[in-house]
Design a protein around this ligand. Structure first.
Ligand code: BGC
Length: 442
């Protein structure tokens, strides 16, 4: 007979989904991504996206609420709020207030990200985060926005994945950028750290009860050939650049990177929680043809359980390792899993990915580590940056032409998890029996 058991979470645990303005709003014509898309750098264009700016957030928030979600992580679009350096769009702020009221009315706690990969065009034209003035410009936007939205939110995420922003723009060239270079990428990262620190202080000044953090993309890494000292060295180089640079700045006020140190004393201690985005694990090896990546090359572990277009390997223990890293680096700091998910249009892998990752998160919670919430990426299919519409991360599918939403089985699984505040053997039996023995061994 099958085991009957459940992994439960503490009362008050936050269960939600995460989204980002440019990926769901549509018609964000005034930021650098729109320009990049029109220039043909992406697989398709964002267009109407999930049409949240046109009001479809309402039906999607209904879906979230009916699915038992009690929290939502969304971002606001800087280019809408501050369309030019000297103007504020009060209507845009009112529209965000309305959206936030929509969350409140549905009993959903808001977590707002102030910067999620998109910059106003005017900011991009002045070389964006390369510019020394960037932190002060960002702070100005943050002050205005937090002042306007504070009635509806006390949980703030300053910047989403600064490491991925710097790497994907300035190193690999996948994200919009004018210039490239490894040192430049680290300079950009240091400026984002300054921007984060300025925002942290500004938000606390405006709203003393605020809890402020940022979302860190943590990528566990293993060397490709375990016997190779060169791969081991490359692995630690890449690990330090991707995973450790920004957090080191927050720990000590000195951002340590593989290409030098940056003094950012004001960044020390500027977090009330740590947001962790975890998707997958990389293997790292030496590659003579990749000087910009410091001769490192990363790929997914060859023998892993791969997603449809081999973008993500389903390695749930990587989430546990990520949380372990966070707990060891910042003892007692509250942790939110601010993103975790998989692209899977047919929903063949997502149910087991979801169940297995939640199980790993439970292991951490069971050690009494301070994990306070989980935000699945994402609610409805959205525009996946340079990969456009070729990847589908939604619990709900989206037909971009008709705007019709279609529920994937994972939406039901996640609803059961949220409502139960836990993962049960019945759920696993029903949605992903193929991993039953792994999750509930007899
Ligand atoms: C980003 C999201 C993105 C997701 C899946 C994360 O790196 O924060 O914006 O959609 O990965 O690709």
């Amino acid at each position: 007979m099958a085991v009957q058991a459940a992994y439960h979470f503490p009362r008050g645990f936050l269960w939600g989904t995460a989204t980002a303005a440019h990926q769901v709003e549509g018609n964000n014509t005034n930021n650098q991504w729109w320009k990049w898309e029109q220039e043909g750098h992406t697989k398709g264009t964002s267009g109407l996206a999930a049409d949240w700016w046109g009001g479809r957030w309402k039906e999607d928030f209904d879906r979230a609420a009916e699915g038992g979600q009690n929290a939502h992580r969304m971002s606001v679009e800087w280019s809408r709020i501050q369309p030019t350096p000297d103007t504020w769009d009060e209507d845009a702020l009112e529209r965000y207030r309305n959206i936030l009221r929509g969350l409140r009315d549905r009993g959903i706690t808001a977590l707002i990200t102030l910067h999620h990969f998109s910059d106003p065009l005017w900011f991009f034209e002045m070389n964006g985060w390369e510019n020394q003035q960037a932190p002060a410009l960002f702070e100005k936007f943050v002050r205005k926005t937090v002042e306007a939205l504070k009635e509806y939110c006390t949980l703030w995420c300053t910047i989403n994945e600064p490491n991925i922003y710097a790497l994907s723009g300035y190193v690999t060239g996948d994200f919009p950028t004018k210039h490239r270079g490894t040192r430049l990428a680290m300079r950009v990262l240091a400026n984002m750290l300054r921007g984060h620190a300025a925002a942290y202080r500004a938000i606390h000044q405006i709203q003393p009860e605020a809890r402020v953090g940022y979302a860190h993309h943590h990528r566990p890494m293993i060397s490709k050939r375990s016997w190779s000292p060169l791969d081991a060295w490359m692995r630690s180089l890449r690990y330090n650049g991707v995973n450790m640079a920004f957090p080191s700045g927050i720990s000590t006020g000195i951002m340590n990177t593989p290409v030098g140190r940056f003094q950012v004393p004001e960044a020390k201690g500027t977090q009330d929680f740590l947001g962790l985005n975890y998707y997958s694990v990389d293997t790292v090896s030496f590659h003579p043809g990749k000087p910009r990546e410091l001769f490192t090359s990363s790929e997914l572990p060859a023998d892993a359980d791969m997603s449809t277009n081999r973008f993500i390997a389903n390695i749930p223990t990587g989430l546990f390792d990520t949380i372990t890293w966070a707990v060891q680096t910042y003892p007692n700091l509250p942790i939110l899993i601010t993103e975790n998910g998989v692209e899977d249009s047919n929903d063949t892998m997502r149910p087991r990915y979801l169940a297995q990752h939640i199980h790993q998160m439970w292991r951490a919670v069971n050690f009494n580590w301070p994990v306070k919430g989980y935000f699945h990426w994402t609610l409805v299919d959205n525009f996946e940056w340079e990969r456009g519409w070729t990847q589908r991360f939604g619990l709900w599918g989206l037909d971009v032409e008709t705007q019709k939403r279609t529920k994937r089985p994972s939406a039901d699984l996640y609803a059961e998890i949220c409502k139960e505040n836990g993962l049960s053997s019945e759920m696993v039996q029903k949605y992903c029996p193929e991993v039953f023995e792994k999750l509930f061994p007899v």
